[in-house]
Write a protein that binds this ligand. Sequence first.
Ligand SMILES: [Zn+2]
Length: 121
Amino acid sequence: MKCKKCGIEISPDDSYEHSGQALCEDCYLDIMATPKTCDPWAVYSAKNTTSQEMILTADQQKIIDLIKTNGPITLDRICTDLGVSGEEFLRNFATLRHMELARGCKVEGQICYTLFDDPST
Ligand SMILES: [Zn+2]
C-alpha cells in the first residue's frame, strides 16, 4: 500500500490511519503534531534549539520523564498520567520530535510515543 499523502510505499504494519486514509509515520505525525500557527513559540523553539542547548518547558520535561520511564506508551496513558489533553500533548510532542527527543512508534498495532533513541522499537 501507499501513503495517501506523500505516496511512498508502506507496509500495513507501518501505516497510520487518519480520517480514513492510510499514511506513513512521517505524514501521520506531521498532521497530528504540527505546531499550530497561533503557537509561534513552539515553532520558534523547535527550529532554534540545538541539542547542546535544550531548554524544555515543564510540560515537555514531564513528557520526557514519563516516556523515559514508561515508554512506549499510548496517547491515552500520557494524557491520564500527566493530566493534559491530547492536543496539548501533541503540541509539545511536535517540539520534542523536532528536537529528536521523542518519536512515535507502533506497538501491537497501537500508536505509542517513546524516546527518540528508544532501541526497543
Ligand atoms: Zn507519507
